[in-house]
Write a protein that binds this ligand. Structure first.
Ligand SMILES: [Zn+2]
Ligand SMILES: [Zn+2]
Length: 395
């Protein structure tokens, strides 16, 4: 801003670069604004000086801490200021921020309208138009913020496609069609923090009369999300069972988790999963090999892979990649990919950009900004500008 105040919007850790150059995280900054709890948006926020205020949603903090609890790493510490959807606030007496809830693959993701020095910037955050919260997308394009000088818009899907499944509803339908015919257990591989997906699986289970089995970590995530919204399944709901793996119970042995641990134990799956496996659908990040081996004589096991295909490839490898790829080639397993992206397709991006009607549009959050520009120009836009990393621009 003109008074010299500096606000950063998101401070993520690069997702695929193993040794990224991140020294910019030590630069001078007056405040930080975090849009949602995905690594590529918050991953470096703890690198700022401890007194720098970090504006972030309460659920986002809970979800980031959930991962830390179950990985045995210290909880977040910092000068956090929690924000709520639609409630305007001021940062450093300079920036007036309005947070808009977006439809994304995490339950609390924001876009921001940021006003300062009589300029208005809209930061889209990560969003889509096809998830369980698509109402917020519809409402936003019906009633867009006016007089925007600059739109910073995500462009993830410029170089990716949603092959078979365009919406979260179609994902639910496909999972339903698979599990209604299951003769053994089905695994659904996804992230517990993707609540839209967990609900799709929950609904498919309810429709087919199956039990949804979740692990202790997912049970904790549900509790955190339920602090904000009671429409989210509770572990006590009759369709839900918890697989109480000892290594996860170990993580919540502290007194503060007593009540939660008791509730988990009450809902434990027990041995029924081995007696009638076709009654169960297990939502996991990594399928348990021991469980697969115990069940393989009982019929074909379904593995429904329900996240980005990129995680199965060498360049985006995580600790589950090898395990999943081995199971993919197992003759006792029927492996299928049923997924839809958390990001808007190019037509939805354009629909969004058109209603925002900004003087200038800058693509961010894409490895293919040139392609973004060409696609948008084909779509009739003549106000796309590409900005270089690390360079200063005046609005
Ligand atoms: Zn995201
Ligand atoms: Zn992102």
């Amino acid at each position: 801003a003109d008074n010299g105040k500096i606000l950063w919007v998101d401070l993520g850790a690069p997702l695929d670069d193993k040794k990224p150059k991140i020294d910019y995280a030590n630069n001078k900054v007056d405040a930080l604004l975090i849009s949602h709890p995905h690594q590529d948006h918050f991953g470096l926020m703890e690198n700022v000086r401890t007194n720098v205020p970090i504006f972030i949603g309460e659920l986002s903090l809970d979800l980031i801490n959930a991962t830390k609890i179950f990985r045995d790493i210290p909880l977040l510490s910092g000068n956090f200021k929690t924000i709520k959807p639609w409630i305007k606030f001021t940062i450093a007496d300079t920036f007036i921020v309005t947070p808009f809830l977006t439809d994304h693959s995490t339950p609390e993701a924001f876009a921001f309208l940021i006003e300062a020095d009589n300029k208005r910037v809209f930061y889209s955050g990560d969003f889509r138009a096809t998830g369980r919260k698509n109402i917020v997308f519809k409402k936003q394009i019906e009633n867009p913020p006016a007089n925007i000088d600059l739109l910073l818009i995500e462009g993830t899907m410029v170089e990716r496609t949603n092959h078979l499944y365009l919406t979260e509803d179609s994902v639910e339908e496909a999972i339903y069609n698979t599990i209604k015919l299951q003769t053994n257990l089905s695994f659904v591989i996804s992230s517990a923090q993707n609540i839209d997906r967990l609900i799709s699986v929950f609904r498919a289970c309810k429709r087919t009369g199956k039990y949804l089995v979740i692990d202790v970590y997912s049970a904790w995530i549900l509790d955190m999300v339920r602090k904000q919204s009671k429409n989210i399944p509770a572990i006590e709901w009759q369709e839900i069972k918890v697989f109480d793996h000892p290594t996860q119970l170990e993580k919540i042995k502290d007194k503060q988790f007593d009540a939660f641990r008791k509730r988990v134990i009450k809902q434990r799956t027990g041995n029924a999963v081995f007696q009638t496996p076709s009654d169960f659908v297990y939502f996991v990040r990594c399928p348990n090999e021991k469980l697969v081996n115990k069940l393989r004589s009982k019929g074909t096991i379904n593995i429904i892979y329900s996240q980005w295909e990129g995680y199965l490839k060498e360049e985006h490898k995580n600790s589950c990649t090898d395990k999943i790829n081995t199971l993919k080639n197992d003759s006792d397993i029927l492996f299928q990919s049923i997924h839809t992206s958390g990001h808007a397709t190019v037509p939805d991006l354009m629909k969004f950009a058109k209603t925002i009607n900004s003087n200038k549009i800058i693509p961010i959050h894409t490895a293919f900004p040139e392609k973004f520009k060409t696609e948008f120009e084909k779509g009739g836009f003549n106000n796309i500008t590409l900005w270089e990393d690390g360079k200063e621009y005046l609005i």
